[in-house]
Design a protein around this ligand. Structure first.
Ligand SMILES: CC(C)(COP(=O)(O)OP(=O)(O)OC[C@H]1O[C@@H](n2cnc3c(N)ncnc32)[C@H](O)[C@@H]1OP(=O)(O)O)[C@@H](O)C(=O)NCCC(=O)NCCS
Length: 385
């Protein structure tokens, strides 16, 4: 396999956007192309991740994006894997460059849903669950993650304040990210006092519905070296699956797809969780981040809540988690999220993350899952000096 590098990255603001879905995708793509110092004619293939293009009247998005970039002859592929679409798509782009099919590809994730309103977005998102057992019986994602939170809190004697620490830390990080959706400092009491969405989860335990796009340029090492631009190397890639419905799992205090994907990625990179300097993880709800950091091997099972309270995951902590603000504060445009995480890692490891830079970071991890973790991907990246 060829070594694969990330040579450039771009993102729109995340939030409620007025532009149409193609314009949003193109804005991020053009920024990534410029950041890589390439021209569209260097792109051998386009990979697009998106879930609800239909909500903005555009499916079969890849040819539209390629045509607007002036490279209509270039093949494109749209990939859907619910909230994990971006990382699953990144894996396909990675695999195709590693296999030598292309020297350089564009990977762009995009979503636009906020114009449909909370009720309609909640209905649409429920189609990403195992609809026969879950969405079809009225279970929304806040409801499903509330069940997971109750189980975890009972098993490990965690409480609602433990969840709130995740939200406060991620909002604090998001304040330093000019592109974040929810840029607002919050306190533990703000979280505890915010309206209940699905007990024990409250408004400030939930990620918002967001619009936005992120794009990165992947290429082989020779292409990256010739560019004379900063780049990072992909050193590990893993994917895993879990029973689609929450009720189909033996123990819902863990997400099997994360554990499987992480093991593969660490093995491929030849490293352990101790070698990772920071991570962007899937914190769609505060409980998810607590479970993620245990499943990724950063903390033993049942111990993360205490570590998070003591600051282990803050920007200056032992293992900073979600310096971008995460899904909670940066936002969660579901098709874009996994690529947005890679864009954050690229910015961090190439000195472009400004005030939120994690000092001396050399190795970073991204983790992104679909639905309640039915699908997941984990990637590892190394700074190139
Ligand atoms: C949490 C949720 C129910 C809130 O929806 P809502 O009640 O319609 O919220 P609104 O959009 O009317 O916003 C109300 C206020 O709360 C704020 N807000 C909304 N969602 C927020 C969030 N997740 N975090 C922080 N603040 C939020 C808004 O900015 C707004 O503030 P303002 O009154 O000062 O302008 C909704 O965002 C949600 O369901 N999120 C989860 C999405 C999801 O399931 N994603 C998939 C994950 S697997």
């Amino acid at each position: 396999m060829n070594k694969v590098c990330v040579l450039g990255a771009g993102s729109t603001n995340y939030g409620k956007l007025k532009e149409d879905i193609i314009e949003i995708a193109l804005t991020a793509s053009v920024e990534a192309i410029k950041s890589a110092g390439i021209s569209p004619k260097d792109i051998g293939a386009g990979y697009i991740s998106n879930v609800f293009g239909i909500a903005d009247k555009q499916v079969h998005m890849a040819p539209v994006i390629m045509s607007n970039l002036g490279i209509s002859h270039v093949p494109g592929l749209t990939i859907e894997s619910a909230c994990g679409s971006g990382s699953v798509m990144f894996r396909e782009a990675y695999a195709n460059v590693a296999a030598g099919f292309y020297d350089c590809v564009l990977a762009v994730g995009v979503e636009k849903v906020t114009h449909t309103g909370t009720a309609q977005s909640t209905t649409l998102f429920s189609y990403c669950s195992d609809f026969f057992y879950e969405g079809g019986n009225g279970a929304s994602f806040p409801g499903l993650f509330a069940s997971i939170a109750r189980y975890y809190m009972t098993k490990y004697k965690a409480d609602e304040e433990d969840l709130a620490y995740v939200a406060v830390k991620n909002h604090d990080n998001g304040l330093l990210n000019p592109k974040a959706h929810m840029r607002k400092r919050i306190t533990i009491q703000d979280v505890i006092n915010s309206p209940v969405v699905a007990s024990p989860l409250k408004l400030l335990d939930c990620c918002p519905f967001s619009d936005g796009a992120s794009a990165v340029i992947l290429c082989n090492e020779e292409f990256a070296k010739k560019s004379n631009r900063p780049y990072i190397e992909v050193i590990g890639s893993g994917r895993g699956g879990s029973p689609a419905s929450v009720q189909g799992r033996e123990d819902i205090s863990t997400i099997p797809s994360t554990v499987i994907a992480a093991k593969q990625a660490y093995k491929m990179a030849g490293i352990t969780p101790e070698d990772v300097d920071f991570a962007e993880v899937h914190d769609c709800f505060t409980i998810a981040e607590i479970i993620d950091v245990e499943d990724l091997g950063f903390f033993p099972k049942g111990k993360a809540a205490k570590e998070i309270r003591e600051g282990a995951t803050s920007r200056k902590g032992r293992i900073p988690i979600n310096p971008s603000g995460g899904l909670k504060s940066k936002g969660h445009p579901i098709g874009a999220t996994g690529i947005g995480q890679v864009a954050e890692v690229y910015d961090q490891l190439t000195g472009k993350a400004g005030e939120r830079t994690i000092n001396d970071a050399k190795i970073a991890l991204t983790h992104n899952f679909g639905a309640t973790g039915a699908s997941a991907a984990v990637h590892l990246f190394k700074k190139v000096e």
